[in-house]
Write a protein that binds this ligand. Sequence first.
Ligand SMILES: Cc1cc2nc3c(=O)[nH]c(=O)nc-3n(C[C@H](O)[C@H](O)[C@H](O)COP(=O)(O)OP(=O)(O)OC[C@H]3O[C@@H](n4cnc5c(N)ncnc54)[C@H](O)[C@@H]3O)c2cc1C
Length: 395
Amino acid sequence: MSDRRPTTTTGAAPTEVPTRVVDALHAAARAAESVRPARRDGESVVESAEDPSHEGATSAVAANGATSAGRVARAGDGPSSRGPVDHVTAPTRDAVAAVLVAAGADVRRDEPLARHTSFRIGGPADLFVAAATVSELQAALRAARAHGYPVFFLGGGSNLLVSDRGVRGLVLKLGKPFDFVEWEPDDTGASLRIGAAVPFKRVVAEAVAAGLAGLEFGEGIPGTIGGGILMNAGAFGGEIGRVVTVLEAVDESGERIELPRERLGFAYRRLTLPTRALITAVRVRLERGDAAALAASVADAKARRDRHQPKGRPNAGSIFKNPPGTFAGRLLEEAGLKGARLGDAMFSERHANFIVNLGHARAVDVKGLIDLATRAVRRLRAIELEPEVRLVGEW
Ligand SMILES: Cc1cc2nc3c(=O)[nH]c(=O)nc-3n(C[C@H](O)[C@H](O)[C@H](O)COP(=O)(O)OP(=O)(O)OC[C@H]3O[C@@H](n4cnc5c(N)ncnc54)[C@H](O)[C@@H]3O)c2cc1C
């Protein structure tokens, strides 16, 4: 336990963190160290963020947990701390993998998800597929559904905290064929059809270069367009939901669907879909703007990020959503959490609403800091912080 003692930034005097914070950090560290010996049936949660569009994943895990009891080897040299727990989904995994292989998909077992998250944290996915075609996606979703096997949709992994034990089920990502942009310019602007795997930053840069307004707020937002839509990603007063006209997706039964704007519930850092679905493309409408004003707005966004956000350390952007009328970062700073550290996870000294991975942070370290901060702000200001980062996998 002594080597995992919570402390301040390397080299800083421990007295810089208020005593109450240090006490709470000790409690969080103890909680983080108590690893459960084994999972009970139905205990897992694939994604804990309360998102109606993801309810299916949670219930599917519970169903698996109740039905079978195989055992699976450890992921080997991955970053996972998953132990040899009873693995209740092994026979189902084999059945789903067999269907995927028959459909031509490149199926990986026990893929370390730390390779796919901006935090560089996360244990193995039981099955991992980067789908190369819509028909592969359909096959994957149909097989998973037929076997009651949970599926998690992975974008760029820039808003996720994946547990050290990893994800029980299939992690489905969109491959290269979903990285395309089709342009339809007209007199007043352009309509774009954008594949969900396209990096958000690239669309922003291309739109601004073409003199189109509506996405310049997105300068510096990592991840994919698909993840950006699901999170209704935004910054500096803008958000992507405002320019969306139609979503193309594949639902859980493997059907291709189109969802017009009227059926989409965009809200602050969330999107509620009428049905759980993997977004494959989005159509947006952008109006012609003033090229100089657009360039200035991008430069301003970049300068603000450079000034305030941590650099060079893996992170997942803002940890908490801003509560109404205030800023999460300000509340965390007031609670004395800037620089507070658990293991290799630390609240950034540049911006308290970022947790950075100093090298070998584990998900439990980050989760310990999240829990600590939630309690500290509740005690200090009676405000309930809500995580923006999504907790994924088996905790
Ligand atoms: C340095 C940094 C700065 C950031 N700044 C901002 C910011 O200014 N504003 C902001 O809003 N966010 C910010 N973020 C957070 C993050 O980049 C955004 O939330 C981003 O839009 C997430 O996209 P992603 O592709 O990485 O999604 P992921 O993190 O992979 O997934 C996020 C959610 O979307 C779902 N999802 C992903 N792809 C799909 C799909 N195709 N279909 C259905 N569901 C899908 C996932 O299941 C998950 O629930 C920042 C992150 C970092 C690391």
